[in-house]
Design a protein. Sequence first.
Length: 68
Amino acid sequence: MDRVLDILILVAILAVAVTLAFGIRSLYRDGPEARSRSNKLMRLRVGLQAVAIALLCLGMWWKSTHGA
């Protein structure tokens, strides 16, 4: 279980980083479509950050109760 949780946390953090990069890139484009896409990507990033934080909390709880 430790290994699976570690991998999930890593994937979640990478997803946040990639979404952040695409969102920032979209900020520098012109037009209403780019602005809308940037806004959607930033909302997606916030959701992914919530998942990453939840996984980190779960991982800390798991390691504290199961001794790793």
